[in-house]
Design a protein around this ligand. Structure first.
Ligand code: AMP
Length: 361
């Protein structure tokens, strides 16, 4: 296979999805001289606000997708839950990076876990669950506590039920409205990390330093880098992410989230084939940040250096946290990033703030 030619500055990148990830990717694209055309179902989305052009239409609107594909030079995603038929149509008209194969694996928790296990990456013990009876059998095998998750469209703890000693299994099953699910053994982890890997069209790759992530109410609260893990574990985490990218022949950027067990093992939880909230620290602490790296990979440019020049703590501003912006701005060392969302609903990611400090040796 020949390596595609770099997309020259002035070209138009089509981004599917209009959220904050698309917004920050569009800003990175603009810095490299590209134009961005956003495709998303809502008007005045965070990405649309900073894009040259936007199409507001449903992800299943094939006529709108076709017109979009004809107007751009490459298509990528900041939101991966796009129907196969839509991606197929786009790919018949314009280069799509990453490919459908990558999206397909990442759209479904079971295909994701099968994939991790097939390349020797451990996960929490898991079982496929399609009925209340299968749930009872799976709980008998994996034990309690456990977590029942819908296989598709879950994020930030949505579509999840924890199964404790007291949980009624019929109630737990009914809570997911009959959606196909996976039961996972509950991991009493020492912590959670993520590694972001970029892989270019020529096969070159680069990983960012593993990040240490703390969640509150299933939503990322803070990311700290460097992660308080051994160099050996950090190397193992990077290698896992590299292997995922290599095996999937990724063209783009992908985050792998992992649990660190109390006995020092890594268990992959999930992957996201796009920039990731746990990579926002790179904007203020790396030579090349995750959004620029993403744009470089998608546009067939050489990857930049992912070197971390500073230590960093990134804090998400969720819901009403955003009203703290005047105080945050009074701290001259705090780097504030806001996403342009009008309404601060509970649980909504409104922005983030990163504080950097000199890199420890
Ligand atoms: P997820 O939607 O799979 O990313 O889950 C959101 C968060 O729930 C994770 O980041 C963990 O903090 C927690 N969680 C998910 N699965 C498990 C598990 N099997 N054991 C323990 N905690 C979990």
């Amino acid at each position: 296979m020949t390596t595609p030619a770099p997309l020259p500055p002035g070209s138009t990148i089509g981004i599917i999805g209009g959220g904050q990830l698309g917004r920050m990717a569009a800003l990175a694209a603009a810095k490299l001289g590209y134009r961005v055309h956003v495709f998303c179902p809502e008007a005045d989305s965070p990405a649309e606000q900073v894009a040259a052009v936007a199409t507001v239409a449903d992800y299943t609107d094939l006529a709108a997708l076709e017109a979009f594909a004809r107007a751009v030079d490459v298509v990528t995603f900041e939101f991966e839950n796009i129907p196969a038929e839509s991606v197929r149509l786009l790919a018949s008209l314009v280069p799509v990076r990453p490919s459908w194969r990558v999206l397909e694996v990442a759209q479904d928790r079971i295909s994701e876990k099968r994939f991790f296990n097939s390349i020797g990456i451990e996960t929490a013990p898991w079982a496929e669950v399609g009925s209340a009876a299968e749930l009872a059998g799976a709980v008998a095998r994996l034990g309690r506590p456990a977590v029942l998750k819908t296989t598709r469209m879950g994020y930030d703890g949505k579509g999840q039920v924890k199964i404790t000693a007291e949980t009624d299994l019929d109630e737990a099953w009914n809570a997911l409205d009959g959606a196909p699910a996976v039961l996972e053994g509950f991991i009493d982890f020492a912590g959670e990390i993520s590694v972001i890997v970029a892989r270019g069209t020529g096969g070159g790759w680069s990983t960012f330093d593993p990040a240490w992530n703390v969640h509150t109410n299933h939503i990322l609260d803070t990311t700290t880098v460097p992660a308080p893990i051994t160099p050996q574990l950090a190397a193992q985490a990077r290698e896992a992410a590299r292997k995922v990218a290599e095996t999937l022949e990724l063209e783009g950027l992908l985050a792998v989230e992992m649990f660190v067990t109390r006995d020092g093992r890594l268990l992959a939880n999930e992957m996201a084939p796009r920039p990731h909230n746990s990579g926002h620290w790179t904007m203020d602490a790396c030579v090349t940040d995750q959004f620029e790296q993403f744009i470089r990979a998608v546009c067939a440019l050489p990857l930049g250096s992912a070197e971390r020049h500073s230590d960093a703590v990134m804090k998400n501003l969720i819901g009403d946290d955003v009203h703290d912006w005047p105080r945050i701005l009074r701290d001259p060392g705090a780097k504030l990033h806001l996403y342009g969302k009008a309404e601060a609903r509970a649980g909504r990611k409104m922005g983030h703030v990163t504080r950097i400090s000199p890199r420890r040796p």
